[in-house]
Design a protein around this ligand. Structure first.
Ligand SMILES: [Zn+2]
Length: 400
């Protein structure tokens, strides 16, 4: 007898028992705690999914109830089983689950598989695809057939030579670190690395899946997070490779400037970035700095990649105006996308020890940029701009 032998009949008996004993006595009797996440809704009442399944097992002929420790699959497993029997499961956010920032940290610290020499691209391809979906506000969870088909095509187009187009690989790995949520499956999620086992699990269970909800929401709402994650994935997985075609394919091309406000008359408030967003951006930029520091020599590309997130923060901070206090006037014209004509400058070259961080970067109009690069007063201007960058950066969280 297995959990899958349980039918609605046993579940309804367990529900009756819970009604008779009362929730807490029922949980105590069977050795469960209150459900944190998955609640079974039945005739207007809510029940603890895992405890109900445990008790239901005891109503199978010749079987004993199962206690919490007897379950290998956890609460999600019990909830999946109940759903498969046609019961409604109300899913609450876990009280102490990972925050969106925790999840971003996991994404920027993924384990890299280098079995073929170069980092395998399964995970970044899956993540960037899902990020593009979040950006467009598309449905977070997709049936497995849809995920499989779309991701397979992307892996075929953008995977490394010799990588097999296996969508189950990245989804299983990302699920394992809590970044990808899976729902509506009956058997416990496989943790096996065995090739056939993983594929078989997905084929048999057809999970509904997508990015973990807090991460999806952050990717949807926070441009600087998207940019910082792209920076990180590019650094970690695409060293020496061009990820632009992939970014274009998943709808993430040009995102550096896509969300900047258009230049309109007298509406600088459109440029506002919240203190939380600026701080989150700086924190991510700083994490990347700490991580890449000292790594440059071992990379195939000697030139450090510049942070898209840092550039974005500087443009937002500039509110579309040249940040040189001595600016004699930036062009009144705008780009085709109606963005201001501005260049983001590292006041001290990265090669000369400057930081790829908003506190040492400024947005300059082309005139000021030319003076700063080759004007006779460039040294004086550089000192001024260094001070301005630091001051504007320091003032940022307070000026919103
Ligand atoms: Zn200027």
């Amino acid at each position: 007898m297995a959990l899958t032998d349980i039918t609605r009949r046993e579940v309804e008996k367990a529900i009756e028992e819970c009604d008779r004993l009362g929730r807490d006595a029922f949980l105590k009797h069977h050795g469960f705690r209150r459900a944190r996440r998955y609640l079974l809704s039945y005739e207007g009442e809510q029940y603890d999914s895992k405890a109900i399944v445990g008790a239901a097992h005891g109503f199978l002929p010749g079987q004993q109830p199962l206690a919490a420790g007897d379950f290998s699959g956890g609460a999600a497993h019990a909830a999946g089983l109940l759903r498969s029997l046609g019961f409604d499961i109300a899913e609450d956010h876990p009280v102490s689950g990972p925050t969106a920032d925790d999840l971003v940290h996991r994404v920027t610290h993924l384990k890299v598989n280098r079995s073929s020499g170069h980092p395998a691209l399964y995970q970044p391809i899956a993540l960037l695809w899902a990020m593009g979906r979040a950006l467009r506000g598309e449905q977070r969870l997709l049936p497995w057939t849809e995920t499989e088909e779309t991701l397979k095509a992307l892996l075929e187009r953008h995977g490394l030579r010799g990588e097999r187009p296996r969508p189950d690989y990245p989804v299983a790995s990302l699920h394992h670190v809590g970044v990808w949520s899976l729902h509506d499956y009956a058997e416990p999620v496989t943790t096996a690395h065995g090739d056939a086992k993983v594929r078989r699990w997905f084929a048999a269970n057809q999970p509904l899946g997508g990015l973990a909800e807090p991460l999806y929401e952050l990717f949807r709402d926070s441009e600087v997070t998207r940019l910082a994650v792209i920076d990180e994935l590019a650094d970690t997985f695409f060293d020496g490779l061009d990820c632009t075609p992939l970014l274009a394919d998943v709808g993430l091309r040009d995102i550096e400037s896509a969300d900047l406000p258009e230049v309109t008359e007298g509406e600088p408030e459109q440029w506002l970035i919240t203190a939380a967003e600026y701080e989150r951006g700086c924190r991510l930029v700083e994490e990347r700095e700490a991580k890449t520091h000292g790594e440059r020599i071992s990379r195939t590309t000697q030139r450090p990649r510049r942070s898209r997130a840092a550039r974005h923060l500087v443009l937002r901070r500039s509110k579309g105006r040249c940040e040189n206090p001595q600016c004699t006037g930036q062009p009144a014209d705008v780009t085709d996308r109606r963005h201001p004509i501005l260049e983001v400058d590292h006041v001290v070259d990265l090669a000369g020890g400057g930081r790829d961080h908003p506190s040492q970067m400024v947005a300059l109009c082309p005139n000021c940029h030319a003076v700063k690069t080759r004007g006779s007063t460039r040294e004086v201007l550089r000192e001024i701009l260094l001070r301005v960058a630091q001051e504007r950066h320091d003032a940022m969280p307070n000026t919103i």
